[in-house]
Design a binder for this molecule. Structure first.
Ligand code: ADP
Ligand code: ZN
Length: 722
C-alpha cells in the first residue's frame, strides 16, 4: 500500500469535506498520516495524507505532491479522531485539521530557522510600518520574519527591506529545546488512606490499558489533584504521553509549578498565551513523543499526539470546555471520544460534576471515585438564606442589613469577607431619566455596561467601547443619565461608604489574566485586602485561608436564564463561591441573598444536599427530554440584513424532514437578536436519545446554501442558547 502507491488523497486545512488527490512523484514513498506540501491553485499548502491509492478515480491530470515534511506522521488514532469529530459536529474535516496545524513554524526546515534582531544602525528611510517592526524588535527577542511581521501587523517585505537597510540582522535560531523525561516520584505527599484508595482505582484503569472513564468527585481541597497525579504517573511509567486539560483560566503558574514539582520536569504548556516559537516546540515534542506531559487548554486535544495514553479533564463541569466559535466542540466529550478511539482511560475531575457525567455513572458507563475532605470539613460551609422580600433596602444599596452586620462582625474579628456578584462593571444598564432612552450597543441588541474605573461604556458581546455621554443621545438633556442595577464596581462603592476603613479589593476579569490579577489574588491570599468584591473569577479554586464569610449578593441572577443547565450551573457556582470560606483554621459560612428562598436550589443549598438537588434536576431533564436524556442541536442563522435573514430562517422551516422522535422548535429570533451587526435567528432541534440527530440534520440541510452575508451554523450539543 504505502511505498509504491501512485496517488495520495490529502486533507487540507480548509472548509472542505473530502481530501484532494495528488500524484506521488516516483521515489517519494508516502505513508498514511504524512504531512506534505501540495499545490492548490497558485498557493502551496500543508496537508495530511488521508488515503493512498494505486490509481486515480478521475481522468483529470493530477498535480504532484511537492514534498514531505520531516515530521512524524499523524497517527491512525488521531486521523480517526478527526473524522469522527467531523461527523459528530457536521463540520468539514478540513476545519478540524486546521486546529491540528496551529504551529506553522513546526514545519520550517533547517534553512528557514533564521531570526532577525535589531541592530544599532537606523534605516535610511522610516515609515510607520518600519517603525512598528523596529518597536517590536526592540523588545529584544530574535524573531522569525513571519512572526515579526505578524506581531507588527505588516508584510514580510517590510522585514526584508529593513534587513537590506541594515536595521535588522539575521541570526540562526537555536534548535528547539528537548523536553526532559519525567521523574515518576520526584515530589508529592504521603497520601491519605482515602486518596490512596482513589489513586489505586485510577491506576488500575490505567494499567488495564483499555478505554474507561473515571469520574473523580470530591470537594475543592480534598486532594483530587494529588490523586490524578498518581494516574498520570502510572501512564507515564507505561511509556505513554499524558494530557492534563484545564479550563484556560485555571492554567496558572502556581498550578504548573505543582505539576513540575511532582514530576521533576518541565510540563509542555498549550494555551492562547504561549509564544509562537514555544508552540512550535510543544507541537514537535508532542508529535515525536518527547513531550510526555502536556498541560493545556481545550485545543491541546488537537496536538499531533504520538502515543497518548491518558487524558485528565480537571473541572470537567466547566462550560469553558465548550468552544462556540469556529468548530463548536466540547473538549470534555471529545476527550472521552479520543480515549474510546485510542483505547485508553480518561479521568474527569470535579468538585461539582456535570449532570451528564453523573448520569453516565448512574448508567454504569463511567466509574466513580469519591473523595471526602481531608480535614473532615463538611462538603459545604453553613449556608443561610436572606429573604430579600422581607428586608428593607435603601435605593442604590445592595447589601441587606443581615449581610451588612455579618460583614462588619467578620472585619471586626480580623477575618476576611467576600461579596460575590457575577456582574462586571459599574451598572448593567444606563437610562436617561428625562426620556427613558437606554444606552445600547450600536452593533448588538444589548445594553452598554458602564465601566467606571475605565471611564467607558462597554458592550460585553462585541467589545465596543465609547465614552459616557454628558447628555442623552436621544433627547439631549444633560445630567440625567442614571445607572440602573449593580455591577461589582458599584457594589465596591457601596462597600467603601458603609465599611469605612475596610481594605477593599475588586476582582473581575477586567484585571485580565496578566500580572494584575496575579497580584490581586496574592493580596487576597496574604490578607492585604480584608473585603473582597468579585465576580466568578474568585470562585475558581483559589485558596484564601483567612476568608470566613461569603456573601452572595444576587443568587437569582443565574437562575433567571432559560438555559436548561441553569440550575446545575447555579449550583456549581454557589457551591464554589460558598466553598471559598472556611478553607483555613476557622470554619466559614455563607449568606445568600435571594428573592426565591423557596426555590428547590436555595433549599438544597441551605441544607447542603447536592445529590438530592441534582436527583431532582435529573427528573426535570428526563421528563423534558433534555440532555443527557435526549439530544439537542441548535441552528443559528445570521445575516447583515434583517428581512432576508428572517426569510432564510423561515424558508428552512418549510423543508424540515419528517422524522420519528425529533421536534424542531423555531425559527425564533435569538434572545440576543443582533450581535456585531448580524441579525440572528435560531432553531432548536430536540431528539430522543436513540435518534441519529446528525443524520436528521444532514438530511435537512443537504443542499442548503446561505448566500451573501447569510450564514448558518450548526451547534450539536449546544451550551449556549443566546
Ligand atoms: P483538589 O484538587 O481536590 O482541590 P488538591 O489536590 O489541590 O485538592 O489539594 C488541596 C491542598 O492540599 C493542596 O495544597 C495540596 O498540596 C494539599 N494536599 C493534598 N493532598 C495532600 C496530602 N496527602 N498531604 C498533605 N497535603 C496534601
Ligand atoms: Zn456590541
Amino acid at each position: 500500500m504505502s511505498a509504491d502507491s501512485a496517488i495520495a488523497d490529502v486533507l487540507l486545512p480548509l472548509a472542505l469535506d473530502g481530501a484532494y488527490s495528488y500524484r506521488i512523484p516516483a521515489g517519494m514513498g508516502l505513508g498514511l498520516g504524512d504531512f506534505v506540501a501540495v499545490p492548490l491553485g497558485p498557493r502551496q499548502m500543508i496537508g495530511v495524507v488521508w488515503a493512498l491509492k494505486d490509481q486515480a478515480m478521475t481522468n483529470k491530470a493530477l498535480r504532484d505532491v511537492i514534498g514531505r515534511f520531516d515530521v512524524p506522521p499523524l497517527s491512525d488514532t488521531h486521523r480517526k479522531f478527526i473524522d469522527w469529530l467531523s461527523a459528530y459536529y457536521l463540520e468539514p474535516a478540513g476545519n478540524v485539521l486546521r486546529m491540528v496545524l496551529r504551529a506553522p513554524g513546526a514545519f520550517a526546515g533547517p534553512r528557514e530557522q533564521v531570526a532577525y534582531r535589531i541592530t544599532d544602525s537606523a534605516p535610511k528611510r522610516m515609515t510607520p510600518q518600519r517603525a512598528r517592526v523596529l518597536e517590536v524588535a526592540r523588545e529584544g527577542f530574535a524573531m522569525r520574519a513571519v512572526d515579526l511581521a505578524e506581531a507588527a501587523g505588516v508584510g514580510t517585505s517590510v522585514i526584508k527591506a529593513l534587513v537590506k537597510d541594515g536595521a535588522l540582522q539575521a541570526v540562526a535560531l537555536p534548535a528547539l529545546r528537548r523536553f526532559a523525561e519525567p521523574v515518576l516520584n520526584a515530589g508529592g505527599y504521603i497520601l491519605s488512606a482515602d486518596q490512596q484508595a482513589a489513586a489505586a482505582a485510577l491506576r488500575a484503569a490505567v494499567v488495564a490499558r483499555g478505554h474507561k472513564v473515571m469520574l473523580l468527585d470530591g470537594v475543592t481541597g480534598s486532594g483530587k489533584t494529588e490523586v490524578y497525579f498518581e494516574a498520570m504517573a502510572a501512564a507515564l511509567a507505561g511509556g505513554a504521553q499524558v494530557l492534563l486539560l484545564l479550563p484556560e483560566i485555571a492554567l496558572t503558574q502556581p498550578f504548573l509549578a505543582r505539576v513540575e514539582n511532582r514530576f521533576g520536569c518541565e510540563a509542555a504548556q498549550w494555551h492562547s498565551d504561549v509564544r509562537t516559537r514555544e508552540r512550535d516546540r510543544v507541537w514537535r515534542g508532542v508529535a515525536d513523543g518527547t513531550a510526555r506531559i502536556v498541560v493545556g487548554a481545550r485545543s491541546a486535544l488537537f496536538l499531533p499526539w504520538k502515543k497518548l495514553g491518558l487524558i485528565v479533564v480537571d473541572e470537567e463541569h466547566e462550560s469553558a470546555y465548550k468552544q462556540d466559535e469556529g468548530v463548536p466542540y466540547h473538549a470534555r466529550d471529545m476527550a472521552v471520544l479520543y480515549g474510546a478511539i485510542g483505547k485508553f482511560p480518561v479521568v474527569l475531575s470535579s468538585a461539582t460534576p456535570s449532570l451528564e457525567s453523573l448520569v453516565n455513572v448512574d448508567r454504569g458507563r463511567y466509574g466513580v471515585v469519591k473523595l471526602k475532605d481531608r480535614h473532615g470539613r463538611p462538603e459545604l460551609p453553613e449556608i443561610s438564606l436572606i429573604d430579600m422580600r422581607s428586608v428593607k433596602m435603601e435605593p442604590g444599596q445592595w447589601i441587606s442589613e443581615p449581610l451588612f452586620a455579618a460583614v462588619q462582625a467578620t472585619l471586626a474579628s480580623d477575618d476576611q469577607a467576600l461579596l460575590f456578584l457575577n456582574r462586571r462593571g459599574y451598572a448593567p444598564l444606563t437610562l436617561c431619566r428625562a426620556c427613558g432612552h437606554r444606552l445600547e450597543c450600536p452593533n448588538c441588541a444589548a445594553s452598554l455596561v458602564e465601566h467606571r474605573f475605565r471611564k467607558q461604556l462597554m458592550c460585553h458581546h462585541c467589545g465596543h467601547l465609547e465614552p459616557m455621554p454628558q447628555a442623552c443621545p436621544k433627547c439631549q438633556t444633560e445630567g440625567k443619565m442614571v445607572p440602573v442595577g449593580p455591577g461589582v464596581e458599584r457594589l465596591a462603592e457601596e462597600a467603601a461608604a458603609r465599611f469605612p476603613g475596610a481594605r477593599i479589593g475588586v476582582l473581575s476579569s477586567d484585571l485580565s489574566r496578566g500580572t494584575l490579577l496575579k497580584d490581586a489574588l496574592a493580596d487576597v491570599e496574604n490578607g492585604h485586602y480584608n473585603l473582597v468584591i468579585g465576580t466568578q473569577l474568585v470562585a475558581k479554586g483559589h485558596h484564601f485561608p483567612h476568608l470566613t464569610l461569603v456573601g452572595v449578593v444576587d443568587a437569582d441572577l443565574a437562575l433567571e436564564s432559560s438555559d436548561p443547565r441553569g440550575g446545575e450551573r447555579t449550583w456549581a457556582l454557589m457551591a464554589q463561591v460558598a466553598g471559598r470560606s472556611g478553607r483555613g483554621e476557622k470554619p466559614g459560612r455563607a449568606l445568600v441573598q435571594t428573592y426565591l428562598p423557596e426555590h428547590p436550589l436555595m433549599q438544597a443549598l441551605r441544607k447542603g444536599e447536592r445529590d438530592a438537588y441534582l436527583d431532582q434536576e435529573k427528573l426535570i431533564r428526563e421528563s423534558a427530554g433534555l440532555p443527557p436524556y435526549g439530544r439537542l442541536a441548535a441552528i443559528i442563522i445570521s445575516g447583515e440584513d434583517a428581512p432576508s435573514t428572517e426569510r432564510f430562517a423561515r424558508g428552512l422551516s418549510n423543508i424540515v424532514p419528517m422524522a420519528e422522535g425529533v421536534t424542531v422548535l423555531g425559527p425564533a429570533q435569538a434572545p440576543i437578536a443582533l450581535v456585531r451587526g448580524r441579525h440572528r435567528w435560531r432553531f432548536l432541534v430536540k431528539a430522543k436519545r436513540e435518534v441519529n440527530i446528525q443524520g436528521f440534520l444532514k438530511q435537512w440541510l443537504e443542499g442548503v446554501k446561505p448566500k451573501g452575508s447569510l450564514a448558518l451554523q450548526v451547534d450539536v450539543d449546544p451550551y449556549n442558547f443566546l
